[in-house]
Ligand binder design. Sequence first.
Ligand SMILES: CC(C)(COP(=O)(O)OP(=O)(O)OC[C@H]1O[C@@H](n2cnc3c(N)ncnc32)[C@H](O)[C@@H]1OP(=O)(O)O)[C@@H](O)C(=O)NCCC(=O)NCCS
Length: 258
Amino acid sequence: MNNGTMRAEQYRGYFDLQLRFAAKLCTVRGEDMSYGIETYTNLHRRFGFGVPRRPGVEVNARWLSFLDKINSYTHHAQRLDWAVAFFAEQCIESLPRENSFGCFGFMPPDDSGMVRIHFHNRDSDGGIGPLHHTKVGRRKLELARMWAYIREQFPAAKVVRGTSWLYHLDAYCRLFPATYTSSKVLVTHRLRFNGSSSWGQFLDHRGELKLPLAELFTDAIEKWDGHAPWLLFPYPALRTFAPLSCFTEGNSNEQLQP
Ligand SMILES: CC(C)(COP(=O)(O)OP(=O)(O)OC[C@H]1O[C@@H](n2cnc3c(N)ncnc32)[C@H](O)[C@@H]1OP(=O)(O)O)[C@@H](O)C(=O)NCCC(=O)NCCS
C-alpha cells in the first residue's frame, strides 16, 4: 500500500460517517447527493479544494468529476469506496497556512470587526496530542502571539468569535479567558457542516476515528426524526463571542504564562 492509500484507508470510517449523514439529510430534505456532499460533509476541504463555493472562485473540475460519479451511485458502499479511492489518488490534505499561529488560526475581520478563530492539530512531535495538559503553555503562547498580531495588523478587529465542538472540552476552554468560554451557546438552525467545527470531534490527534463517538452518531442518524440535525452530533457545535480587548488587556500576562 502506498502512502496515499494508507492515509485514505485511515479516513474510511471518517468518510463513512459523513456520507451517511449527507445521504440521510438529502433523503429527508429531497436534495441531491452532490449538493449534500458539498454542504453536509467536509470532503471538499479534506480533499484539498478549500472552502466550497467561494464567490468569484471557479469550482474545481476534479471536484465536479468526483461529484458526478457520486451521483451515479445509489449505494452507500459504492460512494464510500469512491471517496476513499479519490482521496488516495488526490492525497492532498492541506491545512490553511495563512494567518496561522501553531495550532490556531484566524480569518481577518469582516465589516463588523469580527475575527473568527479556528484550531487544527499542527503538532508533529509524535504521541502527545495538542490539547494535552503538558502543552497548555505552548498553546497559550501561540494564542498570545496571535492576539498581538491581530491587534497590530488589523486595527478594525473588535470582537472574536469561535464555532466549534471543542468548546465542550475543558482541555480546550482552559486556553482562553473565562469571559470568552462562558459565552458559549449551542449553534442551532445551521444547515452547513462543511468544515471541522462538528466533524473534528470524530478524530483523535493521530487522525484515527474515535469509535465510541462514531457509533453513537451512526445510531443517531439511523433513528433520526428529521428535526435539528445539529443535535445528532455527540458534541454539537457551540458558538463563543467576546471583545478582542478581553484577550489582549489584563489577560495578557495570564496568556503568556506556560
Ligand atoms: C482536537 C483533537 C486534536 C483532539 O484530539 P485528542 O486525541 O482527543 O486529544 P489530545 O490528546 O490533543 O488532548 C487530550 C486532552 O483533551 C481531553 N479530551 C479530549 N477529548 C475529550 C473528550 N471527548 N472529553 C473530555 N476530554 C477530552 C483529554 O482529557 C486531555 O486533557 P488532559 O491532558 O487534561 O487529560 C482532534 O480531535 C483533532 O485534531 N480534531 C480535528 C481538528 C478539529 O476538530 N478542529 C476544530 C475546528 S473548529
